[in-house]
Design a protein around this ligand. Structure first.
Ligand code: CP
Length: 313
């Protein structure tokens, strides 16, 4: 594996999940693998879980870690070829990516969607710019269209918690006052395509995700019907995809509560707005898996870094 940019970089999800679970049982087993290797974590956007879990994973593998809040502390980057740089950007991705590669062996990047220009967001200019010019492995810590470290952690959590041969898993949209990206939902759907499960997506009409992501997955507009018999309910807001980045619906009827959840386990990537996305009664109950999902972010990152380090050594 050269890079970890999406779930497509995983050769066998069941094998990776099994290996991640054994890393979780013995996190320091490969402590010497990353000796004398450095990872740069570049954040163009805020983070709690991704920042700390990826750093922890690298430390478990014996790596040195450099963290930079590039969005607030770095020079504004230019991505266009042949641009006359007389406007707001100060440094081109061609130099910036090569410079970063002088200081580290692996670079991990968080760069969210703008939600103003769908075509530009889907071109993934930041991630692809580093991939093209850095010449070292690149890890996606949430890009415009995907969050594959989160969905790998979610696959680990599902594997740990599932007791059925073919569980029913529901991805339910929830209201939110701000325009949120599609990355987490996209990667969760992509991960569910690789699972032996009954998978249903539920959201208000008009809130369809990209058809290139959903690829024929079952969509049920009636949330109550979708939730019938669910074993796992993954709740997430996303802004409108067709009317790109718009908040067209904030209907509180879509908020998850204990009655709707029934006996299912509750999942969310966090951060979450209490009593908007999900009621306190759910988050504070033993049915909530959110803290275990956050814990598994370390082992998802650790299996990814381990595979990349094995390619370097
Ligand atoms: N779930 C997740 O990626 O959390 P952060 O945005 O806090 O990193």
């Amino acid at each position: 594996m050269e890079h970890y940019l999406s779930l497509k970089d995983i050769d066998s999800l069941p094998n990776w999940v099994a290996e991640a679970k054994s890393l979780k049982a013995n996190p320091l087993h490969y402590k010497s693998l990353g000796a004398a290797k450095t990872i740069c974590l570049l954040f163009f956007n805020n983070s709690l879980r991704t920042r700390l879990s990826t750093q922890k994973a690298a430390m478990n593998l014996g790596m040195e870690v450099i963290v930079m809040n590039f969005g607030s502390e770095g020079w504004a980057l230019e991505y266009g070829d042949g641009t006359i740089m007389d406007q707001g950007t100060s440094e081109h991705i061609k130099e910036a990516a090569q410079v970063v590669a002088q200081y580290c062996d692996i670079v991990a990047i968080r760069a969210f969607a703008s939600l103003t220009d769908r075509e530009k967001d889907e071109a993934e200019v930041v991630l692809n710019g580093f991939k093209k010019y850095a010449g070292i492995p690149v890890v996606n810590m949430e890009s415009s269209v995907g969050h594959p470290l989160q969905s790998l952690a979610d696959a680990i959590t599902l594997s740990e918690q599932n007791t059925k041969e073919k569980p029913k898993v529901v991805l339910s949209w929830a209201p939110h006052p701000k325009a949120l990206p599609h990355a987490v939902a996209n990667s969760f759907v992509e991960m569910m395509h690789l699972q032996d499960a009954e998978f249903v997506i539920t959201h208000p009409e008009g809130y369809e995700l990209s058809p290139e992501v959903t690829k024929g997955a079952k969509i049920e507009y009636d949330q109550e019907k979708a939730l019938e018999g669910a074993d796992f309910v993954y709740v997430k807001n996303w802004s409108n995809y067709k009317d790109y980045g718009k908040v067209l619906n904030q209907d509180p009827k879509w908020t998850m509560n204990a009655k709707k959840l029934g006996n299912a386990k509750f999942m969310h990537c966090l951060p979450v707005r209490r009593n908007i996305v999900v009621a306190d009664e759910v988050l504070d109950s033993s049915q909530s898996l959110v803290i275990e999902q956050a814990n598994n972010r370390t082992y998802a990152a650790q299996i990814v870094l381990k595979k990349l380090l094995e390619g370097l050594n």
